[in-house]
Design a protein around this ligand. Structure first.
Ligand code: SF4
Length: 336
């Protein structure tokens, strides 16, 4: 990870929303849309890693895909290198896409079983018509295989011949072969054994320092997020609850939801100053088709008060680049 980020953001995401039509309802002919991502804004600098964390169903993967337009955002803007990616079409869209890639969660399902390793990694080069000859293309594929730790003799082998960790290396090679500036890593280690997870995380860090890529790193695990991120964004039900530099967030978690997530991390891995008690959240994640009024977390929050069910808390700056969406975050930090 680079410590010296460029001043101008590589990526500026503003008020991003993604609504999905919901199924028919017995109570009404037209039911409310599912608000998978609701008003998410953030910036990302070159070479930086933004860790995005939250429970399954919090909208973090949908957000990552909407940023890349793998699914079209409903509204909001995605400014990448100064250009509005949400409005790009034709050649401009193709060029911008080559600079923004994704590593998928499932290294089994994300690779075409009928293609060889060489063909899989070469596919983005062919789509972008990057090289004039097959020889140049093959040379680039072999170079990238070497960078991600895949033996060149695997070039003509098929995905089923590999372990999960090696398959994820193939997925990483495919994502970096065009030399992108931004990679969305969508739970890239959650399907892997714990022993393999750190190898893949270390590979991603090495690649970032040698290639200068920025990552949006999505995970449900705060331990993984802590390992890889420079900044952290906590999401709940499509909304941003808290965002801060990693050190600040882990030392001073200020949203009740973040504190609950942190309390589930085994003790030696935490570095919050105070003694921790495990905070067990009651109930399930509410449906994004019918989110709670006011603060979307109020139905599960152990600090909720009357105002929480009626007034939505704004994401506000509490200093030190730390933003929190909670009416009582000062109290939550123990400063009131
Ligand atoms: Fe909990 Fe209220 Fe803060 Fe929401 S605004 S997190 S319900 S205390």
């Amino acid at each position: 990870m680079s410590e010296n980020f460029d001043k101008a953001p590589l990526l500026e995401v503003s008020h991003l929303r993604k609504l999905f039509p919901s199924g028919s309802s017995v109570f009404s002919r037209k039911s409310a849309p599912i608000k998978a991502v609701d008003d998410v804004s953030f910036t990302l600098s070159a070479g930086e890693t933004l860790g995005v964390v939250g429970e399954s169903g919090c909208g973090k993967s949908t957000m990552g895909r909407a940023v890349l337009r793998l699914i079209e955002p409903t509204s909001g803007s995605v400014i990448f290198k100064g250009k509005d990616f949400t409005k790009a079409t034709g050649q401009e869209l193709r060029q911008m896409r080559s600079d923004m890639q994704i590593i998928f969660q499932d290294p089994y399902a994300s690779l075409n079983p009928r293609m060889t390793v060489g063909e899989i990694i070469a596919e983005p080069l062919e789509i972008q018509k990057r090289y004039k000859t097959k020889e140049e293309e093959r040379k680039r594929v072999l170079e990238v295989m070497d960078v991600v730790g895949l033996n060149p003799k695997y070039y003509n082998r098929y995905p089923h011949e590999f372990s999960g960790g090696q398959r994820q290396r193939i997925g990483i090679a495919r994502a970096i072969v065009l030399g992108p500036s931004l990679v969305v890593c969508d739970e890239p280690v959650s399907a892997l054994d714990v022993s393999i997870q750190s190898q893949v995380l270390n590979l991603l860090r090495q690649l970032q320092s040698s290639m200068g890529m920025a990552y949006i790193f999505i995970s449900h695990s705060l331990s993984v997020i802590k390992h890889i991120s420079d900044r952290v964004m906590v999401m709940y039900l499509g909304h941003v609850m808290e965002t801060a530099d990693k050190e600040e967030l882990f030392a001073n978690p200020s949203h009740p939801y973040t504190r609950a997530l942190l309390s589930a991390i085994p003790l030696p891995e935490r570095h919050s100053k105070e003694k921790h008690q495990r905070i067990i959240l009651q109930g399930d994640l509410p449906s994004p088709a019918d989110p709670p009024s006011g603060c979307v977390f109020h139905t599960r929050c152990y600090m909720a008060d009357a105002i929480c069910s009626t007034e939505k808390p704004e994401l506000r700056d509490i200093g030190n680049g730390h933003f929190v969406a909670c009416h009582f975050c000062e109290k939550c930090r123990g400063k009131e």
